[in-house]
Write a protein that binds this ligand. Structure first.
Ligand code: ATR
Length: 287
């Protein structure tokens, strides 16, 4: 049941996503649907921004008066050099995924972490205050999620990563706002038993490597929440086995994707995002 698409005309407000690669992105489908059901005359495109051209592309936001842009891999760090202001959370995370253009003044935000936390709460009801968390992975995705979990009041965050030094580095950078420590994957056995939430922030299990899992399922304690940032496939091997073999409450990466887009929509328009319609259209696009 699709409402008719608003006609593009000379009043249409422009948005987009900048990335490399970009053709797999579900953001245009999701955000155009959000504008459509909200009755906003806007259009959101996918822009393939090659290395070395990001500065010009950002200048283009001002010149063409785009209202907002999402930024994705590999530009989330470099883009910070070309903005007028950076929100505190994005500065601490060290990455920007959303730009708001206020009459030529560009402000950068990071909606990945807050998007993750909102979907986790809505889908699982988990309250992290006073609880311990095991995060797997210490890359770009882990930075946003770690920030949100730390700000949520978790008692302690264990970050376990294949490259232990990166886990220790990330833990150090988070230590100003939460209790956190970095570990190697060999320590997961001891850490997992204390966790109320286990999150996969690595790319392990992502299409096409759908048979891989980021940790030994038998180490997952019963009744915990297990969360995976991967959303292609929607149900990873990790989540499926955690649910079927350990009775875990599971939370897929699709929620984080929907809500990082929802927060961007809300920053740009000041209106609540139609998250159910966004979820529906993204699910439909997976076929
Ligand atoms: P993203 O921006 O998606 O987080 P990234 O910054 O490249 O991507 O981080 C990828 C994460 O997945 C890292 O924590 C990486 O571990 P290393 O720091 O040791 O590289 C983790 N990762 C990727 N492939 C992995 C694998 N096969 N086994 C274990 N960890 C893996």
């Amino acid at each position: 049941l699709r409402t008719p698409r608003t006609e593009l005309d000379s009043h249409t407000v422009m948005f987009g996503v900048f990335g490399d690669p970009i053709r797999h992105s579900k953001s245009p489908v999701m955000l155009n649907r959000a504008f459509e059901v909200s009755g906003i005359n806007a259009a959101y495109g996918a822009f393939h921004i090659l290395p070395g051209t990001l500065k010009d592309a950002i200048a283009g936001i001002r010149a063409l008066q785009f209202r907002g842009v999402n930024v994705t891999v590999p530009h989330k760090l470099e883009v910070m050099d070309y903005l007028d202001e950076i929100d505190e959370g994005a500065r601490i995370i060290g990455a920007v995924n959303t730009i708001v253009n206020d009459n030529g003044k560009l402000t950068g935000y990071n909606t990945d972490g807050i998007g993750y936390m909102r979907s986790l709460k809505e889908e699982t009801g988990l309250d992290l205050r006073g609880r311990k968390v095991l995060m797997l992975g210490a890359g770009g995705a882990a930075r946003g999620v770690g920030y949100a979990i730390g700000k949520e009041g978790a008692a302690h965050i264990y970050i376990a990563n294949r490259t232990k030094a990166k886990a220790e580095e990330l833990a150090h950078s988070m230590s100003s706002f939460c209790s956190v420590s970095g570990h190697g994957l060999d320590e997961i056995g001891q850490l997992a038993g204390e966790a109320a939430l286990i999150v996969n922030n690595t790319s392990v299990g992502m299409h096409p490597n759908v048979d891989e899992s980021p940790m030994d399922i038998s180490l997952i304690p019963e009744g915990v929440v297990v969360s995976d940032l991967v959303y292609n496939p929607l149900l990873t091997r990790f989540l499926r086995e955690a649910r079927d073999q350990r009775g875990a409450v599971i939370h897929s990466g699709l929620g984080m994707f929907i809500y990082q887009g929802a927060y961007a929509f809300e920053y740009w328009t000041g209106k609540p995002a139609p998250t159910e319609a966004m979820r529906e259209v993204v699910l439909a696009s997976f076929g």
